[in-house]
Design a protein. Structure first.
Length: 123
């Protein structure tokens, strides 16, 4: 059955998105979801639930350590390469084994098929 435009619009009138309601933190003044702790300072209803400053500091230390490890790996990769400056790197793929490069020697594949005309067609 076909729906009229009015019927479709009436059904879709409830599909509108609503803006989330936000509360204001009593400690730092940032906006957060109601009945949830503040993600900026870690307070809920005036008491500290989670020490966010310690979490931020631990995260920064982890990121710094990760950056140092990556920079060390890049330093070792650059010193280990044995390329000659001014010469293009060898990009030949002859030694790389791939499954598509395998040649199958079977009698079924090597057999030549003859084409026969379809039913009702003259040859």
């Amino acid at each position: 059955m076909r729906h009229t435009r009015a019927h479709t619009a009436n059904r879709r009138s409830h599909h509108a998105l609503k803006a989330p309601t936000l509360a204001i933190c009593s400690n730092c003044g940032a906006k957060h979801r109601p009945h949830h702790m503040c993600l900026d300072c870690g307070f809920y209803k005036g008491r500290m639930v989670m020490d966010m400053s310690a979490k931020k500091q631990a995260r920064e230390e982890r990121l710094q350590a990760k950056k140092e490890i990556i920079s060390e790996q890049k330093g070792t990769v650059d010193t280990d390469s044995e390329s000659i400056p001014g010469e293009a790197p060898d990009t030949s793929l002859e030694d790389v084994p791939t499954e598509k490069a395998k040649v199958v020697d079977s009698p079924e594949v090597a057999q030549v098929k003859s084409a026969t005309p379809r039913k009702g067609q003259a040859s």
